[in-house]
Ligand binder design. Structure first.
Ligand code: EPZ
Length: 418
């Protein structure tokens, strides 16, 4: 167990270099299973989830080495078909390996995935799509056994634009014998990044970023050097932290077109934003409530940025309504914010945030990745000392958060319990 101890009330000022995107690199690590030789991936975020993904690759028989800011993976001889239960439980996106393992071996054995407890998170869309591609599933003793004579191309219509299901189909179809289409595909920038990575390996995918993706299977994919996109949720979180402390900062290594909805919400709340496309600056003297904000699939306001945004608005002038439409259990951190003097009422998927002049430090507990990040945002703005326990949830997605925030002037210490 680890802990972040924060003495709040210091306006954050300075320059932040944004890490590579967690939700891009995870499916890209799975995609290395499809390559015939070595891949070098840069802008690698050194976070808990990428280490779990590399452990999965190792369990399947691949070699990887981590360098400063990059990894080299050779998964050509990785013909393993089973993801160990403990790794599967640690991270929901382990499910992403299923499409790639099936493409490579025509069979796989996985237990049902774990990950952050932010809702029921079913996997019916993944399974339904893979069934349409000829995969037969059976369940016994907590494991899913999956087998296919061939991965067949298919015309798949998703009933919801699931990010993970879209990525799994792309991975399964990249080397199938024919053309697969996905209608109502997820449009997130991480889907475009996966398309670009597979195409750089010699794949033939088009349409990512729109609602229809067309995947023409190819026989072979080769190794490649590739750099993943910047993490739009980490950027959104640090922007909320700077605004919550009424600071000003410059963020480098960003793609502002990926965060248009977040920038619009921050501007509406009174932040001054200077958008230079691959760099963005934020300045905040005063935060006003905004009437309402709703999370939506991309290009809407991202569910993952909802928690830090709510924490920021806990210290704004006036009342804001935030509605979470993607996951049903994303407000667990709100109870912890109440311990810090926040006035927030939740009812189902809605949170009514009555902004307070002052939040104060308290012992709080992170219960998922983004909820943990929300507590850090509130702690930075609060008067006094906050200890955020179970910081290991935060380390799953934020690279060296204590050093980044220290650079911005925060008084923050990282403590590891032995
Ligand atoms: C991805 O999760 C991200 N994870 C999540 O990031 C993110 O919150 C989410 O997309 C939405 O943007 C990764 O990319 C690794 P979904 P994923 O499938 O793929 C329902 C973070 O904090 N659904 O688009 O799991 C599901 O229950 C995280 O970085 C089904 O009903 O999201 C949810 O309500 C957490 N059946 C909705 O769709 C299915 O088979 C969206 O899920 C699949 C999903």
């Amino acid at each position: 167990m680890s802990k972040l101890v924060i003495e709040g009330g210091v306006p954050l000022c300075g320059v932040v270099e944004i890490q590579g995107a967690k939700n891009s690199i995870l499916p890209i690590i799975a995609a290395t299973l499809l390559a015939d030789d070595e891949c070098e991936i840069s802008n690698f975020p050194d976070i808990g989830d990428t280490h779990i993904a590399l452990e999965i690759l190792k369990a399947l028989g691949a070699n990887s080495t981590i360098h400063t800011n990059s990894i080299i993976v050779n998964a050509a001889g990785a013909y393993g078909t089973e993801i160990p239960d403990d790794l599967m439980r640690k991270m929901r996106s382990s499910l992403m390996f299923l499409g790639a393992i099936l493409s490579k071996n025509r069979r796989a054995r996985v237990s049902l995935p774990g990950g952050c407890d932010i809702g029921t998170r079913p996997v019916d869309l993944h399974i339904g799509a893979l069934k349409e591609m000829g995969v037969v599933f059976s369940e016994a003793h907590g494991y899913m056994e999956c087998e296919a004579k061939n991965i067949s191309p298919a015309d798949i219509v998703l009933t919801y634009p699931s990010v993970g299901a879209t990525e799994n189909i792309m991975l399964a179809a990249a080397k199938a014998n024919g053309v697969t289409t996905i209608k109502n595909a997820a449009k997130e920038p991480e889907i475009v990044d996966l398309q670009n990575f597979i195409n750089a390996m010699g794949g033939k995918i088009r349409g990512a970023g729109g609602s229809e993706i067309i995947i023409t299977g190819v026989k072979n994919l080769h190794g490649v050097k590739y750099s993943v996109i910047p993490d739009r949720i980490v950027l959104s979180t640090y922007m909320c932290a700077v605004a919550a402390t009424r600071g000003n900062a410059v963020f480098k290594n960003v793609n502002t077109s990926h965060v248009s909805s977040v920038l619009a919400a921050l501007s509406k709340a009174g932040c001054k934003i200077y958008d230079l496309k691959d760099t963005v600056a934020l300045e905040c003297d005063r935060l006003n409530a905004i009437n309402s904000l709703m999370s939506m699939p991309y290009p809407g306001f991202p569910t993952d940025a909802g928690s830090p945004f709510v924490a920021m608005m806990a210290g704004a002038a006036g009342t804001t309504l935030f509605v979470e439409t993607i996951f049903e259990n994303r407000f667990r951190y709100v109870g912890e914010l109440l311990r810090m003097g926040a006035k927030i009422k939740t009812e189902g998927r809605a949170a009514v945030i009555e902004g307070q002049k002052k939040l104060y430090g308290a012992p709080v507990e992170a219960c998922d990745l983004r909820g943990g990040a929300a507590l850090v945002v509130a702690a930075l703005a609060a008067e006094g000392i906050t200890s955020v326990s179970h910081a290991e949830f935060i380390e799953r997605g934020y690279e060296h958060i204590e050093s980044v925030l220290t650079e911005l002037g925060a008084r923050i210490k990282y403590e590891k319990d032995v």
